[in-house]
Design a protein around this ligand. Structure first.
Ligand SMILES: C[S@@+](CC[C@H](N)C(=O)[O-])C[C@H]1O[C@@H](n2cnc3c(N)ncnc32)[C@H](O)[C@@H]1O
Length: 204
């Protein structure tokens, strides 16, 4: 993760979900928010996939194939994690590596839930601009900037108002492969330390 740039992979994940919405696994998968989180240039490949219209140029064709393949992968991953979150409801939902996750804006279940979105400061700056006009379905959304290579998850969450005596559902989706073993261990230890009985960790 470069320190001065937002996550490109998070945008790619979002493009995949936007391309899948209404086309793949209807009745099981829906992400109407994904497209709204994308900028105009990021929507071009999504439109090509949704139209089933492969573009002629080499670069555009690569983007088309990438977004189409990402859509296929993202649907089962999203459905599995959404199901897991619904199966273990808790008053707090912490999304660790949350940029463009959109569950706080998309899922009706967290209506009574406090959501904490944790991510790298650069990615989070980018996300805040994208969600500015959107109303969350969750009771509250708090943004918690943390660089896992340099900062502590537990102290950042404590400062943001997360309550360790109350159960938490934790999501770590698509983040572990970007971190060293030591950074993964440190964040898991922080999660364990702030997990009241009834908490649940959903990890991919
Ligand atoms: C592929 S994206 C996944 C985003 C989201 N969870 C999803 O599945 O759509 C990877 C995420 O890991 C975050 N990340 C990578 N390195 C990080 C670090 N050192 N500290 C905090 N977040 C990091 C990126 O900012 C990005 O949000």
């Amino acid at each position: 993760m470069e320190t001065d740039r937002a996550s490109r992979t998070a945008v790619m994940v979002r493009q995949g979900r936007a391309a899948a919405h209404g086309r793949l696994a209807e009745g099981r998968f829906a992400d109407p928010v994904a497209l709204e989180l994308l900028r105009a240039d990021e929507r071009v490949a999504v439109r090509h996939v949704r139209d089933g219209a492969p573009p002629k140029g080499w670069g555009e064709r690569v983007a088309y194939e990438t977004v189409g393949a990402t859509a296929e992968v993202m649907v089962p991953r999203t459905v599995a994690i959404d199901d897991a979150v619904r199966a273990r409801p808790a008053p707090q939902l912490v999304i660790v590596g949350a940029v463009l996750d959109d569950r706080a804006w998309r899922l009706p279940e967290p209506a009574d839930v406090e959501v904490f979105e944790v991510d790298h400061p650069a990615s989070q700056r980018d996300e805040r601009g994208r969600v500015a006009g959107l109303e969350p379905l969750a009771r509250s959304v708090r943004f918690v900037p943390v660089d896992f290579t340099r900062e502590r998850l537990d102290t950042a969450l404590a400062s943001a108002g997360h309550r360790p005596e109350t159960a938490t559902t934790w999501i770590r989706e698509g983040v572990v492969p970007y971190l060293s073993r030591a950074d993964v261990t440190a964040t898991v230890e922080a999660i364990v330390g702030r997990s009241a009985p009834g908490s649940c960790l959903v990890v991919n």
